[in-house]
Design a binder for this molecule. Structure first.
Ligand code: ADE
Ligand code: ZN
Ligand code: ZN
Length: 264
């Protein structure tokens, strides 16, 4: 009985606290990481293997760690310190990054990326610190490419924008994190292979675009993803899913280039 009651309490708490999503869903992050893994050069690949040794074989296995720590009682301090680094809310529809306005006290994904890339590339740091930095970088490069992780409306990246999707209530953020991707019916390995098989066709040159540029791109894209009438129907998915998939491919390619530069 007590066990049952505890179960009910946990279940209720789960519904009441339904967290704002903080990421592409797990599969989105795995797909980004897997595409990146396939484009590492040998030096960076060896460094990644060294940093992950004893923890994981591939980047995809650690791509969701930055979200998973929210459920680990031992990691609550780290979660609280990093939860605002998964997104940025631009303060104006111009989508032009102004740090004092859009990233006060470095509490945004652009600053989070800059910080953890610096730790990752610093050979003076411990292996543990650099592994943790790698895990954050893999995750945050994914997040910053999700248009609603860098929007400008006062709706928490679409988390409070209710929509109807597949006959149920949902919110726009969640549909972009995971709902639309699921409509492909692919597991993440096949999804990554399929997206990567397209090669770089249609993607901008990787260059070394700073993180703010990636966020500004997402912000501009986010302006056009709000469905009129709050309804997400098949034509919406047909129009927007290719955009979500292009962002996954860009994120994967850019993550690889970033790791090749930082660890090569
Ligand atoms: N919480 C507040 N704003 C958010 C955003 N843009 N993305 C994810 N979670 C958020
Ligand atoms: Zn996240
Ligand atoms: Zn999210």
């Amino acid at each position: 009985m007590i066990v049952l009651r505890r179960f009910v309490v946990v279940l209720l708490a789960g519904f009441l606290l339904l967290p704002e999503a903080h990421a592409w869903g797990p599969d989105g992050h795995r797909i980004v990481a897997e595409i990146a893994q396939r484009h590492l050069d040998p030096a960076a690949e060896a460094q990644v293997a060294r940093l992950l040794a004893g923890h994981a074989d591939r980047l995809a296995e650690v791509a969701n760690w930055a979200d998973d720590i929210q459920d680990d009682p031992a990691q609550q301090a780290l979660w609280k310190a990093t939860r605002s680094l998964h997104y940025i809310n631009f303060r104006g529809p111009d989508c032009a990054y102004q740090p004092p306005r859009d990233c006060r006290d470095g509490r945004c994904v652009v600053a989070g990326l800059a910080h953890y890339v610096a730790v990752l590339g610093d050979p003076g740091q411990s292996v543990e610190a650099r592994r943790e930095a790698l895990e954050f970088v893999v995750h945050f490069v994914g997040d910053v490419h999700q248009p609603l992780h860098a929007g400008y409306r006062p709706d928490k990246g679409g988390n409070t924008y209710q929509v109807r999707f597949q006959g149920r209530g949902s919110n726009l953020h969640r549909v972009w994190d995971s709902g639309m991707l699921r409509t492909r019916g692919l597991d993440w390995q096949d999804y990554a292979r399929w997206l990567d098989a397209g090669g770089p066709a249609g993607l901008p040159p990787v260059a070394d675009a700073p993180f703010a540029t990636w966020a500004e791109e997402s912000c501009r894209l986010s302006r056009d993803v709000y469905p009129p009438g709050h309804g997400i129907d098949a034509p919406y998915v047909e129009a927007e899913l290719p955009l979500a998939e292009r962002r996954l491919r860009e994120a994967g390619r850019r993550l690889a280039a970033l790791l090749n530069r930082t660890l090569g």
